[in-house]
Design a protein around this ligand. Structure first.
Ligand code: DGJ
Length: 738
C-alpha cells in the first residue's frame, strides 16, 4: 500500500518509487498541503513544513491563532482568513457563501473508483493504484465534501477529484468546484500553456510565473482551439531532458479553468477544474456532485519525462477498448479530396486507388446524409442521401469492404442545421435562450444534449446505420462553440448547469455507442483540434489534431500536442499541394515524414498524383506499416523545438530499445551552413545501432552523447541533384545489431 496515515501527526503520505504527496490535517480541522514532488523518505511528521508565524494585517482563525492566508491548503475556501481565490464556493439560501469543511474521516483502498458519467483514468487490477478518500463536512450546512486522491504505483502521477454530497434537508448552489488545488511553497517556475486558434492549435507559450493570477480557460462549451486544459510548471533551469517539471491535465472536454495565483509571499496556488464562470449547480438533498478528474504529474527528468508519463498513463489507462493497444490502420479520408462534391462512383474510385497503394481504411467525411450539399443544411438528418449514395451507407460500405478496405464514416451528432428535417420537427431541441436570437456558427445550431430525449433520438438514428452497415471507424466532429446556452427543459435556477450537462450528454452518447459497437475505432474531432483533451481520449483513442494539414505547420502543432498527449492519439494525414490551408508546396516526403508521427493517413485523391508520387506513397505506407508499432507505442522524445529552431527533431524508441525512428525537419534551407549533429535519446548505451540511412553502425552512447551527424547537402557546396530545399526532412531508422 503506497498511502500511509500517521496518527500522531495526522499526516497522509502518498508515495511510489518516484513521487511523494503529503497532506496534513490542520489544527482547525481543515487540510494543509505539505509537499508534492520527487519521492522522499517517509517519517512520522513533516509538520515543520507548516510555518504559522503571524504577520501584520492578517486575520486570525479564532481559537487556532493562525491565518489561512499563509497556510498551503488542499481545497481552500474564501471568506474566513484566506483572501486568495478558492477551490470551492457554495451559495446558501440565506445568501452566504461562507463554508468551513473540516476533516471527518479517511479511507484508503486499493484501485481507483469509477467517476459516474465522467471520463477518468482507471486501473485494470487493484494493485495498479491506491486511493485516499478524505471526507470533510461543513457542520453548519451538513454538506459533505469527499476528496479523492489516487496514486498510480508505476507512474509519477496522482489523479484527483472532489465530490459534494448533500445529506441536509436543503438545496444549495455550488458555484465553484475545482477538481484540484495545489499550493506550492514558491513561485520559481515557468508557466507553459498550449494555445492557438483554428488551424494553429497548441502552440507552446512559456512565461515566467509572476505575482498575480495567470490563467487559461474556455467559456465556449468545449475545451477549444484557443487554450488546452493542460498546463505545465517547470523550474526555469529545467529543459526537455532534465530538471523539475509538473504537468496538470484536466480529464474534461467542456468549459475549464487552469490557473496559477502567486501571492505576494511567492506562494503559488495551482487550480484546475470546471470554469466557475457561468457555472452553478443546484445540489438537492441526497444528491451528489462529482467534479471531473485532474491528473498531476511530476518529473525530475524534464519535460520529456513528464510527457512520457502522460503518454503512458493516457495510452494505457485512459484510452479504452479494443483499439487501445492496436496499431492504427492507415486511412484515407475523402474530405480534402472531394469536399461535398462526390457520389458513390467517385468515392469507390478514390478508395480503389487507395487500396492499390496499401491504405487499409477508407473514410467518408461530411456530406453523405440528408440534404447536405453544402454546410448550410442537413445536420441532424442521419440517413444517407440517396442521390449521391443510391445504395445508402450499407451498400457503399459493403462495396468498400469488397475492395479489401475497412469503411469509416464522419458524423457531427451534436449539431443541427435550421435547414433540416430534425430542426423542422423539433426546433426546441436546439440550445437557445427564449426571446433572444440564436447565433449560428457554420450555419448550424447546437442540439440540447442536456436533454436525455435528444441524445436518445440521435443515438437511435446513428445506431440504425451502424447496425445495418459495415462501419469500422467513426470520425465524430463538432464544428461550433456554444452560444445562447439555455435549456428549456430546466428551471431558472438550473441554467448554470447546462454547459456541464451538455458535455455529460456528449459523454453519455459516446458511452452508449462504444458499449454497443465495441469494435469501432472512434476518432474525435472539433473543427480539427478544438476538443483535443484528456476527456475525449476516454471515449475516442485518437483525435484529428488540426484542420491544418500543412506539413510545416503540423510540426509545431504535433510538437505542442505531444507535451500532454500520446503520439498514437494524434490523427496526422498527408494532404495535397498546394496545401488547402496555407497554399504552400512541401515535398511529399516531408508530408509523410511529419504524418508518420501519429495515427497516419492521407487526405487527398491518390489518382491525381503522378506515377512517381504514387510510388512514394506506396513506400510511405509500407514504411508506416513496418514501424507503426515503434512510433505509436514506443517512447517518444522531443529533441529540438520548432518554436525555437529552424530545425526540429523528435524520435520514438521501441519498448525493448532495439529500434528507433528519428524525424528530422529543416524548415527553411540555408546555404553553406555549419556541420550539424543531433544528440539522440533513450538508446542502450552499449549496443551498436545500424543507421540504415548511413549504412553504418554507432554505439548508443555515441549517438546520445556525441550525436548523430545530420549535416545535409547545404553544409558545403550543394550540387544539382544533391541539394536540400525549404521544408526538407529526413527519417533515420536505427536498429540494434544482434
Ligand atoms: C471539420 C473537420 O475538422 C474536417 O476534417 C472535416 O471533417 C470538416 N469538418 C467536415 O465538415
Amino acid at each position: 500500500m503506497s498511502i500511509v496515515f500517521h496518527e500522531s501527526s495526522r499526516e497522509f503520505h502518498l508515495y511510489n518509487d518516484s513521487i511523494s504527496y503529503i497532506i496534513k490535517i490542520l489544527g482547525n480541522g481543515q487540510l494543509g498541503q505539505l509537499y508534492f514532488g520527487k519521492r522522499i523518505h517517509d517519517r512520522e511528521s513533516f509538520g515543520y513544513y507548516l510555518e504559522l508565524a503571524n504577520r501584520p494585517m492578517t486575520a486570525l482563525q479564532q481559537d487556532f491563532g493562525f491565518s489561512l492566508e499563509h497556510v498551503r491548503q488542499e481545497y481552500p475556501a474564501y471568506g474566513t482568513t484566506d483572501f486568495r481565490l478558492p477551490a470551492l464556493e457554495i451559495l446558501q439560501d440565506n445568501g452566504s457563501r461562507l463554508t468551513n469543511f473540516t476533516y471527518e474521516s479517511y479511507r484508503i483502498f486499493q484501485g481507483k473508483p469509477v467517476l459516474e458519467g465522467l471520463p477518468a483514468t482507471y486501473t485494470e487490477d487493484g494493485s495498479e493504484a491506491d486511493t485516499l478518500e478524505l471526507t470533510l463536512r461543513d457542520k453548519l450546512l451538513n454538506i459533505k465534501l469527499v476528496l479523492l486522491y489516487s496514486i498510480f504505483n508505476g507512474e509519477a502521477a496522482v489523479a484527483r477529484s472532489a465530490r459534494f454530497e448533500n445529506p441536509s434537508g436543503k438545496a444549495v448552489h455550488i458555484s465553484r468546484a475545482m477538481s484540484m488545488c495545489l499550493d506550492l511553497p514558491d513561485c520559481d517556475y515557468d508557466w507553459i500553456q498550449f494555445s492557438g486558434a483554428w488551424s494553429r492549435e497548441r502552440q507552446v507559450k512559456t512565461r515566467r510565473l509572476e505575482q498575480g493570477i495567470q490563467a487559461v480557460g474556455s467559456t465556449r462549451g468545449h475545451s477549444s482551439h484557443n487554450h488546452n486544459p493542460f498546463i505545465v510548471l517547470k523550474r526555469p533551469t529545467a529543459d526537455e531532458f532534465q530538471g523539475d517539471v509538473m504537468g496538470f491535465s484536466l480529464v474534461y472536454s467542456g468549459n475549464f479553468l487552469a490557473q496559477a495565483e502567486v501571492d505576494t509571499y511567492n506562494v503559488t496556488r495551482v487550480m484546475m477544474g470546471i470554469n466557475p464562470f457561468a457555472f452553478t449547480w443546484k445540489l438537492e438533498p441526497w444528491e451528489s456532485f462529482q467534479t471531473p478528474e485532474a491528473v498531476m504529474v511530476y518529473s525530475d527528468k524534464g519535460l520529456n519525462g513528464m510527457s512520457q508519463t502522460f503518454h503512458h498513463l493516457y495510452r494505457t489507462r485512459l484510452a479504452r477498448g479494443v483499439w487501445r493497444d492496436k496499431t492504427r490502420p492507415v486511412l484515407l479520408n475523402n474530405w480534402e479530396a472531394t469536399y461535398f462534391d462526390f457520389n458513390e462512383e467517385k468515392l469507390v474510385n478514390i478508395a480503389r486507388a487507395a487500396k492499390e497503394d496499401g491504405v487499409e481504411l477508407f473514410v467518408l467525411d461530411d456530406g453523405w446524409f440528408g440534404e447536405r450539399s453544402s454546410d448550410s443544411s442537413g445536420l441532424g438528418d442521419w440517413y444517407a442521401n440517396r442521390e449521391r449514395l443510391p445504395r445508402g451507407i450499407k451498400g457503399l460500405s459493403e462495396k468498400i469492404e469488397e475492395l479489401g478496405l475497412k469503411f469509416g464514416l464522419w458524423v457531427e451528432l451534436e449539431m443541427v442545421n435550421p435547414d433540416s428535417d430534425l430542426y423542422r420537427a423539433h426546433p426546441d431541441w436546439a440550445l437557445h435562450t427564449p426571446g433572444r436570437t440564436s447565433s449560428q456558427g457554420r450555419n448550424q445550431l447546437v442540439l440540447d444534449f442536456s436533454r436525455k430525449e435528444v441524445v436518445d433520438y440521435i443515438y437511435d438514428m446513428i445506431a440504425r446505420i451502424l447496425a445495418e452497415s459495415k462501419v469500422s471507424y467513426i470520425k465524430w466532429d463538432m464544428n461550433r462553440s456554444i452560444t445562447e446556452c439555455y435549456s428549456e427543459a430546466f428551471p431558472a435556477d438550473r441554467q448554470g448547469e447546462i454547459f456541464h450537462r451538455y458535455i455529460l450528454g456528449v459523454y453519455s452518447l459516446y458511452e452508449r455507442l462504444i458499449q454497443n459497437f465495441p469494435e469501432i475505432l472512434f476518432e474525435s474531432c472539433a473543427s480539427g483540434g478544438a476538443r483535443f483533451d484528456a476527456g475525449m481520449l476516454f471515449y475516442a483513442p485518437q483525435c484529428w489534431t488540426s484542420d491544418d494539414s500543412d506539413a510545416v505547420e503540423r510540426i509545431k502543432i504535433q510538437y505542442g500536442t505531444s507535451f500532454g498527449y500520446p503520439v498514437v492519439s494524434m490523427g496526422a494525414h498527408v494532404s495535397a499541394v498546394p496545401n488547402h490551408q496555407l497554399f504552400r508546396f512541401t515535398p511529399l516526403e516531408t508530408r509523410g515524414n511529419v504524418a508518420y508521427f501519429g495515427a497516419f493517413g492521407y487526405e487527398l485523391d491518390l489518382q491525381k498524383l503522378s506515377a512517381e508520387e504514387r510510388e512514394t506513397v506506396r513506400k510511405q505506407i509500407a514504411f508506416m506499416k513496418q514501424y507503426r508499432e515503434v512510433i505509436q507505442f514506443g517512447t517518444f522524445y522531443r529533441l529540438q523545438s520548432p518554436f525555437e529552431h529552424n530545425i526540429a527533431a523528435w524520435m520514438a524508441v521501441s519498448e525493448d530499445k532495439k529500434t528507433a525512428v528519428v524525424g528530422y525537419y529543416k524548415i527553411l534551407n540555408d546555404v553553406n551552413c555549419e556541420f550539424r549533429r543531433m544528440k539522440l535519446q533513450g538508446l542502450l548505451p552499449d549496443v551498436r545501432y545500424r543507421v540504415e540511412e548511413k549504412n553504418e553502425w554507432f554505439y548508443g552512447d555515441e549517438l546520445m552523447n556525441a550525436g548523430l551527424v545530420t549535416s545535409d547537402a547545404s553544409a558545403g557546396q550543394a550540387f544539382p541533384g544533391d541539394y536540400c530545399t525549404d521544408f526538407w526532412s529526413k527519417i533515420y531508422v536505427l536498429k540494434a545489431e544482434s
